[in-house]
Design a protein. Structure first.
Length: 149
């Protein structure tokens, strides 16, 4: 990604809320590997309630890109719904609630997974997120997801 010019100045000035909205737009569009561009080089994603077989911590933009790319071989995200954004007293932090709708590629089975993310944004990029997901939403693809994680 080019880090100069008008685009980069806009990214640098993006608020936590704006980055969260951008995240939701990319997630809803189904381009999982592109999500990595929203994260800083040394970012961390924590999954406190990760199901068995799924690591509870992921580090680094390129690691996220690889993980998201592998996930794209299992599921297709189609849309987000029931979005609620909570801005905090810390301007770097936003809490994002949403339902992610998609389908499992191998079976065509639809899924809905509810999330709450606590996202920290600095310089227009996600530096840390703690992602709480409804484990029941991944029952139809949990084994496949664990295999590619």
């Amino acid at each position: 990604m080019l880090r100069s010019g008008f685009y980069w100045r806009c990214v640098m000035q993006a608020s936590a809320r704006e980055v969260a909205e951008r995240f939701l737009g990319v997630a809803a569009g189904g381009d999982l590997a592109a999500l990595a561009d929203l994260y800083s080089e040394d970012s961390v994603i924590e999954l406190p309630f990760a199901p068995p077989g799924i690591p509870a911590r992921f580090e680094g933009r390129e690691g996220h890109r690889a993980r998201f790319g592998r996930a794209a071989t299992v599921v297709r995200h189609e849309r987000v719904a029931n979005v609620v954004l909570h801005e905090s007293t810390d301007p770097e932090v936003v809490i994002v609630e949403y339902d992610l709708h998609g389908h499992v590629l191998s079976s065509g089975q639809p899924f809905t997974r509810s999330y709450v993310m606590v996202m920290r944004v600095r310089d227009g990029l996600i530096v840390h997120s703690r992602d709480y997901a409804d484990p029941a939403g991944s029952v139809g693809y949990r084994d496949e997801a664990a295999r590619v994680s």
